[in-house]
Write a protein that binds this ligand. Sequence first.
Ligand SMILES: Nc1nc2c(ncn2[C@@H]2O[C@H](COP(=O)(O)OP(=O)(O)O)[C@@H](O)[C@H]2O)c(=O)[nH]1
Ligand SMILES: [Mg+2]
Ligand SMILES: [Zn+2]
Length: 361
Amino acid sequence: MSIIDMKNWGLNDRLRAESALYEGLYVGRALSQSKDLYRVICEKGELTAEVSGKFRYEVNTLSDYPAVGDFVMLDRNTDTDGHAIIHQVLTRKSVFIRKAAGTAHDEQVVASNIDMVFICMSLNNDFNIRRVERYLAIAWDSGAMPVIVLTKFDLCEDIEARLNQIRAVALGVEVVITSSLSEDGCSAIIDYIKPGHTIAFIGSSGVGKSTLINRLVGEDILVTQELRKDNKGRHTTTRRELILLPTGGMVIDTPGMREIGVESADLAKAFADIDELAANCRFHDCTHTGEPECAVQQAIRDGKLSAERLANYLKMKKEAKYEGLNSKQIEVEKMNTMFAEFGGMKNARAFAKGKNKGKNL
Ligand SMILES: Nc1nc2c(ncn2[C@@H]2O[C@H](COP(=O)(O)OP(=O)(O)O)[C@@H](O)[C@H]2O)c(=O)[nH]1
Ligand SMILES: [Mg+2]
Ligand SMILES: [Zn+2]
């Protein structure tokens, strides 16, 4: 049996050195997860693994559990005599998180060690610049580098106008134009996918993420909208899964942050003014409903913030959908980066106010 070069799967020198600290264990990378079981690739090939009882006993939060993309330390390198046991998760470079369902404060990692995020936006009528902003916030938050991938170029009538819109909200972010219809329509993005690097595709449903990945792979391994209609049942990859490209590098289709990421980013941005004030509250977890030295309440007394706006904010936070979300997740710096062209945080606030004007949130 041939030995797999784990470098191709993203095992760099830093991770290699960290893995060497665990004598007698084997390093692998989690490719997919199904309940408690993980598909893991290691030097001897793919195997099925689960965490050890000790691991389960010692975890503090859900986010300590292995996730797709994690490098893990295993007790064996084949599973011919039972599931391999995961003893350790190596230090993560970046994480995509979501609030775990039904818990107030627990966060779950849905994908880790992503080097680059392709924010996919179609150039046809679905083009929506506000959505680009939200996805950018999520990407910056994750620790991975965002690149904007414009899809369906064949359906676009005025590319310059679109590019100008993008440039206004995404300073310093590279933009790539693609079409899955033409032969070389995705060649531009191949240059961004370096061997050993992991790219996550995010973006609304229908923009062409899976089609693009199928083109990169060279066969239809992901279900796309057409293939779904055919319903021939021959396409199996529907879960979150790391896919190795023949040209080197790995991709993951929508790592699953859509469920919450957008919502939390949205809330933070819509109430950027309150978020900024809250940074000066005495208590880190201040609810702004009567704690001492609350900067938000102080702003209301000073006439800088309307009581109605705080009420709207609190109401929104209370909705089940937002339960437990901390709008501080997207730090002021990131808002500044995003709004740099318009003059930073101050104008982000003006933007948020304008956006909510006349809306009964
Ligand atoms: N015209 C055009 N259609 C595309 C292109 N890429 C994808 N599509 C179509 O857009 C639809 C959604 O594609 P899919 O890959 O399933 O999108 P996903 O939900 O982002 O994964 C399908 O009908 C694709 O055939 C493109 O470059 N040009
Ligand atoms: Mg898809
Ligand atoms: Zn407060």
